[in-house]
Design a protein around this ligand. Structure first.
Ligand code: PLP
Length: 412
């Protein structure tokens, strides 16, 4: 146990050596190995293999009036948060990472770090809450937001306003149609125009894609999803290629808004991250198998999944995503909206819920949640494949589809 001086205000404790910091990836061990051991950090005080949760909101100032620990207050910074950020920065080959209280706060802090009058190019197909914020609220901060087809490199180039465009925001694969953006080409367009490229890579996951290595400046994750993986933490992450003035403005925005992730959530997120590689590969293998099987299903009009050779951007998916195509797919149900809703209503194993990236499989009629101006077709069901037995997952949706569409013939 740590010894506490009887009257800490009069007799400061002798300065202890700082707790052992995480080992750098320079060791040559793989990301999967380092993550399984939370970068090798232990609790030096007890020799425990799990680091403690740091909950203090305020820190002792040294007699010489400095803060030698580097910590002053809990709103800008926290050691448990920093430890989890180091794992995320490693996965993304980033200079640094920051954790936020949600994916939405991570994303909006990027936009809020821009200046009034800045022009931003954002996708027509993207996570709907952020699309709504960009459509309805971003102009309150003086941002000029332009929605562009981010699958079309020529359209992105044409949308650039010389001297005014400061940010291109991409989401790839994009919710819920799973179209892709060519990050290398778009990064080049952004940089030639003096703008930055930020990428919502939530559904690609850092296991399969590292946008910073393709030229992006900032990568964003709803860490609520695959990174945590257990549907019990709301969190967001940003990682950056450069620790520059823009990154520092984002850090200042997080501090000023109090948008940092709480230490308990950061601890849970670290626990989820330890199995990221295993979970994401298992869920992605399930998604791939389901995509193949539903392509043959008599009640399914179309399967949207970047891992299928029939996907219009399959070649780009293979180039940009290494080792897998993610756990997200959508199916379009024959018979239209009513059949899609009836299918979701008939599942027994799949969970009928919003969100994605957990170990449990989720199904959602996406148009119902996104509202009237959604680009999502009404016959679409979004599927987040979990890590259950793929035969069970298929059998459950198969029976639900047959029940909903009135087809008695079991799929091949
Ligand atoms: N980006 C994507 C692709 C998402 O799916 C979500 C949430 O569903 C978000 C961002 C927002 O994340 P959060 O719900 O943690 O704010």
């Amino acid at each position: 146990m740590a010894r506490t001086p009887k009257n800490p205000s009069q007799k400061p404790a002798p300065k202890k050596a700082p707790a052992k910091k995480a080992k750098p990836a320079a060791s040559g061990w793989s990301k999967r190995t380092l993550t399984a051991q939370a970068m090798g950090g232990i609790d030096e005080e007890t020799r425990g293999v799990v680091r403690p949760i740091h909950v203090a909101t305020t820190f002792i100032r040294d007699p010489d009036n400095t803060y030698s620990s580097g910590f002053i207050y809990g709103r800008p910074d926290n050691e448990t948060v920093r430890e989890t950020e180091r794992v995320i920065a490693m996965w993304e080959d980033a200079k640094a990472a920051m954790l936020f209280s949600s994916g939405m706060s991570a994303a909006t802090c990027v936009f809020l770090a821009l200046k009034p009058g800045d022009h931003v190019i954002v996708p027509k197909v993207m996570y709907w809450s952020l699309r709504n914020w960009l459509k309805n609220d971003a102009s309150h901060w003086g941002l000029a937001v332009e929605f562009v087809d981010l699958t079309d490199v020529a359209a992105v180039k044409a949308a650039i306003r010389k001297g005014e465009t400061k940010l291109i925001w991409a989401e790839t694969p994009s919710n819920p149609l799973w179209s892709l953006s060519d990050l290398t080409a778009i990064a080049d367009i952004a940089h030639k125009a003096g703008a930055r490229l930020a990428v919502d890579s939530t559904c690609a996951t850092p296991v399969f894609s590292q946008p910073l290595t393709l030229g992006a400046d900032i990568v964003m994750h709803a860490a609520t999803k695959s990174m945590n993986g257990h549907s019990d933490v709301v969190a967001g992450a940003l990682a950056t290629a450069k620790d520059d003035e823009f990154w520092q403005r984002i850090a200042a925005t997080r501090k000023n808004l109090g948008a940092i992730l709480g230490p308990f959530e950061a601890f849970l997120l670290m626990r989820g991250l330890r199995t990221l590689d295993l979970r994401v590969r298992a869920a992605s293998a399930n998604a791939m198998e389901l995509a193949k099987r539903f392509t043959e299903h008599p009640s399914v009009a179309e399967v949207l999944y970047p891992g299928l050779p029939s996907h219009p951007q399959y070649a780009l998916a293979k180039k940009q995503m290494k080792g897998g195509f993610g756990h997200m797919l959508s199916i379009r149900v024959k018979g239209g909206e009513a059949s899609a809703i009836a299918t979701a209503a008939s599942v027994e194993l799949w969970k009928r819920a919003t969100s994605l990236g957990g170990v449990e499989s989720l199904v959602e009629h996406r148009a119902s949640i996104e509202g009237p101006d959604t680009p999502c077709p009404p016959d679409l069901l979004r599927l987040s494949a979990g890590i259950e037995d793929v035969d069970d997952l298929y059998a459950d949706l198969d029976q639900a589809l047959r029940r909903a569409t009135g087809r008695s013939n079991r799929a091949k």
